[in-house]
Structures are given as structure tokens and as C-alpha cells.
Write a protein that binds this ligand. Structure first.
Ligand code: MG
Length: 203
């Protein structure tokens, strides 16, 4: 499986990092070794002084497809979960300055904790889903899918022009504003529509 992630998909987050609001989706990938499941602890890597949390809605792809039209894109994901796109912001900033790829900042081991998944049919409106991240019991990030710049269907259509989607692939759909540093000992709790989906520690 592969993990595809969308950058700058909430305008307020693009602005907080002084990035332009994109006119086409910004895409990057993480390998399967980035995946962290079952609320296992995230071990803070020693190559970064500034690991940031980015809480995101994650789609699970349910069938193979290429060049998927937007009209049929909703048939290609059937479950929704929550994930953290951990980002070594110091490395990313250095690489952005030089125009270099982001992999060392985004694709490292354990950089993609993912919750269990819920059938999308259990939600009344996929474009009014609230989600949030608490750290040590304090609210840090809060978002709602009504503020997405690119819809889930648009993302699937766009990505599948370039990369075949396969069953089991995960798509991180972007983070709302409020990203910030995590520290060893932090307790992260992620909520989707007030259901606790993520609950783990930084070690
Ligand atoms: Mg992200």
C-alpha cells in the first residue's frame, strides 16, 4: 500500500506557513514504513528539533482505479479515519528554501499514525465533519471538512491521473490551521465528530 498526502488543503493553514493558497492540489507521499497503527507510541526522531503535528482526515481507497472521473470518485473510498501527518518542519523549511523534495521531512518511520476506520455511510454529511487534536488535554487544532479547498472527489480524480490508486491505499487530505511542535511525553488525542479515534504518546 501507499500513502498519498495533500498539502495546503485548508486556506488558513497555507497562510499560517506563509504559503500561497494553491490552485491545484499539492501532493506528496509516505512509504508503508511511515504507518503507525493501534495507537502505538510515536518515537521522536533525533534528526529534528521541530516535529510538528498535522491532524488530518484520512480516506481508505476501496478499489483500483486510474483516470477516475469526479462523478464516480466517491465509489473509490468507503471508509474514513483520522491521522497525523508528522512533519520535521526544520528539515522541510531547509528543503523548501533550496527547492528540494520533502521526503526526509515527511516520510520518515512512524510519521503517519492512523486510527481505525469508520464506514463513510455512517456519516450524515462528509462535507460537514468536524475533527480536532488535543495535546495534554488542551485543544491545539480544530477543522471542518466544509473548509476543504479540494474535495475528496477532486483529490481522487487529480491523483489518479498520475498514480493508479489501489485497494488499501490511504489518502491524507490536509490539515487545518494550528500546527505546532510536539515534545517527548506529550499525549495526543484526535477526535472525529467527538469520537476519540487517536490516543497515543510521544516517546
Ligand atoms: Mg499535512
Amino acid at each position: 500500500m501507499k500513502i498519498i498526502a495533500i498539502g495546503r488543503n485548508y486556506a488558513e493553514h497555507a497562510k499560517e506557513l506563509n504559503n500561497p493558497v494553491p490552485t491545484v492540489p499539492v501532493i506528496f507521499m509516505k512509504p508503508d514504513t511511515a504507518l503507525l497503527r493501534e495507537n502505538k507510541a510515536f518515537y521522536h526522531p533525533d534528526f529534528s528539533e521541530d516535529i510538528h503535528h498535522e491532524i488530518e482526515i484520512v480516506l481508505k481507497v476501496c478499489k483500483e482505479g486510474k483516470n477516475i472521473s469526479e462523478k464516480f470518485a466517491s465509489n473509490y473510498y468507503d471508509e474514513i479515519g483520522l491521522g497525523i501527518d508528522f512533519t520535521a518542519r526544520d528539515i522541510q523549511s531547509r528543503h523548501k528554501e533550496k527547492g528540494l523534495p520533502w521526503e526526509l521531512a515527511k516520510a520518515f518511520d512512524g510519521s503517519a499514525p492512523v486510527s481505525n476506520f469508520i464506514l463513510k455511510s455512517e456519516f450524515a454529511d462528509l462535507y460537514d465533519l468536524s475533527f480536532k487534536l488535543d495535546i495534554n488535554g488542551e485543544l491545539r487544532q480544530q477543522g471542518n471538512t466544509k473548509d476543504l479547498l479540494f474535495s475528496f472527489e477532486r483529490i481522487i480524480t487529480f491523483v489518479s491521473q498520475y498514480i493508479t490508486l489501489k485497494k488499501g491505499d490511504l489518502i491524507f487530505t490536509g490539515t487545518p490551521q494550528g500546527v505546532g511542535k510536539v515534545n517527548i511525553g506529550d499525549h495526543l488525542e484526535g477526535f472525529l465528530e467527538n469520537k476519540r479515534m487517536l490516543d497515543f504518546y510521544v516517546k
